[in-house]
Design a protein around this ligand. Structure first.
Ligand SMILES: O=P(O)(O)OP(=O)(O)OP(=O)(O)OC[C@H]1O[C@@H](n2cnc3c(O)ncnc32)[C@H](O)[C@@H]1O
Ligand SMILES: [Mg+2]
Length: 194
């Protein structure tokens, strides 16, 4: 089986990638498999800077073609927060605490003003392979309470009107078909031959 290396330590993301790459005949390999002790500090101020940083750091260390994902949630009523800082919005990398903080900051904001979008930048790079990036989005509404147990991160409070479901109520395949990550991967496939 062909392998694709993803510069991530997020098991939820890895699952999202498996659902999309599996049918293309790829086994997904993450940093847990190839560089468990490596920590890449995300010092960029944009998704693109951080995606490139993660992809290039791991690619140089392994001398292999690598894809990285830097993503996050942008909430209009919070001026685009948590944005690039989505993973550590409440301090630690704690999904439950991050959701609590969002819900608290949106208290009293009516439904029509709870619009938001997920964004995902994918960077691909390798030895003798110029770095390229794509950006995918997915529009939604932030609910007042959690719904569903699938997915990761902010999925339980991110409602997608076209589906009538939160991302945590979708199957992994349903999420992949409409998500920022799925949309970014479609753009990547258009650019290069995966
Ligand atoms: O950097 P890696 O190791 O890939 O893992 P990470 O979780 O730190 O990833 P990011 O730095 O890209 O931060 C993205 C955060 O944005 C949120 N997020 C991104 N995609 C999401 C999705 O599909 N569903 C829910 N939350 C998501 C979630 O809180 C993530 O931790
Ligand atoms: Mg990260």
């Amino acid at each position: 089986m062909k392998k694709v290396v993803i510069a991530t330590k997020n098991k939820g993301k890895a699952k999202d990638f498996e659902v999309i790459f599996g049918p293309l005949g790829y086994e997904v390999v993450t940093m847990f498999d190839v560089a468990p002790d490596m920590e890449i500090e995300e010092t960029g101020t944009t998704f693109e800077e951080n995606a490139i940083l993660k992809a290039e750091t791991l690619s140089k260390a392994l001398n292999l073609l690598v894809i990285a994902d830097d993503s996050g949630l942008m909430i209009d009523a919070l001026n685009g927060e948590p944005g690039v800082y989505s993973a550590r919005y409440a301090g630690d990398h704690d999904d439950a605490a991050n959701i609590e903080k969002v819900l608290k900051n949106l208290q009293g904001v009516p439904g029509a003003e709870r619009t938001a979008r997920f964004g995902c930048c994918l960077a691909i790079t390798g030895p003798d392979y110029p770095t390229q990036t794509v950006f995918g989005t997915c529009e939604g509404i932030i609910l007042e309470e959690r719904r569903g147990d699938n997915g990761f991160g902010y999925d339980p409070i991110f409602y997608v009107p076209e589906k009538g479901l939160t991302m945590a109520q979708m199957s992994p395949a349903e999420k992949g078909a409409i998500s920022h990550r799925g949309n970014a991967l479609k753009l990547l496939q258009e650019k290069i031959n995966l």
